[in-house]
Design a protein around this ligand. Structure first.
Ligand code: PEP
Length: 248
């Protein structure tokens, strides 16, 4: 049985005080749950939020990680630094990074490997644009995104990684994939992993992301190959996010 994981992505939102209040509300309201909960917060607030979550089971994540280990890479944050401030997770290849900041499959694969090398669990985001879906290229795009990482890090790397399927057309748009559309791609991704290593495919958590809200989370999370969610906008509201956390 795979443990479910619900992960909030705060993106570039909120002040330090707002983040601390949000984290405190989550810590106070979560209660005893089987599933794991994590929040990916802006780099500059990681330490503050770690302090708030210190006695809570909620894990800390970053929204990106450098593709190099250390050195003259102005503005970048290394995997070692993330580990140092208590990050369990780091998103890699979020579609906003791919489309606005030029992250390529190759640089995402390097970020993934960097995170792993320092014991930070990479959360590899994959997914197609609307145009790619309309051209029936969903599986091809997902294959290319996965294959680049497998080529760099090896299939065994997925023993210590998470995958998030996030159709780009559903991120921040309010257009959620239907339960069946999401399940179809999740099943496909698991099969791609299984073709190389069945035991790892059985264990790897695959999250769905794209306009997850309190009113659609249950249906999505009930799908056999969906192991939780990566939640953007709705993770900024403590009540709504907690409801999503309890929808597993
Ligand atoms: C995300 O940022 O990963 C995301 C899925 O955003 P939203 O939930 O707002 O669509």
């Amino acid at each position: 049985m795979r443990r479910s994981l619900i992960m909030g992505n705060w993106k570039m939102n909120g002040s330090r005080e707002e983040g601390q209040k949000l984290a405190q509300a989550l810590a106070d309201g979560l209660g005893n749950v089987e599933q794991e909960v994590a929040v990916c917060v802006p780099f500059v607030y990681l330490s503050d939020i770690r302090t708030v979550l210190a006695s809570s089971p909620i894990a800390l994540g970053a929204q990106n990680v450098a593709d190099q280990a250390a050195g003259a890479y102005t503005g970048e944050v290394s995997a070692a630094m993330l580990a140092d401030v208590g990050c369990k997770y780091a998103l890699v290849g979020h579609s906003e990074r791919r489309s606005y900041y030029g992250d390529t499959n190759e640089s995402v694969a390097k970020r993934f490997a960097q995170a792993l090398s320092k014991g930070v669990v990479p959360v590899l985001c994959v997914g197609e644009t609307l145009e790619e879906r309309e051209q029936d290229k969903t599986f091809q795009v997902v294959d290319e995104q996965l294959d680049a990482v497998i080529a760099e890090a090896g299939i065994e790397a997925f023993e210590k990684a998470v995958i998030a399927y996030e159709p780009v057309w559903a991120i921040g748009t309010g257009k959620v994939a239907t339960d069946e559309q999401a399940q179809e791609v999740h099943q496909y991704i698991r099969k791609r992993i299984a073709d190389r290593n069945a035991a790892i495919a059985e264990k790897v958590q695959i999250l769905y992301g794209g306009s997850v809200k309190p009113d659609n989370a249950k249906g999505l999370f009930a799908q056999p190959d969906i192991d939780g969610g990566l939640v953007g906008g709705a993770s900024l509201d403590a009540k709504g996010f907690l409801q999503i956390c309890h929808s597993v």
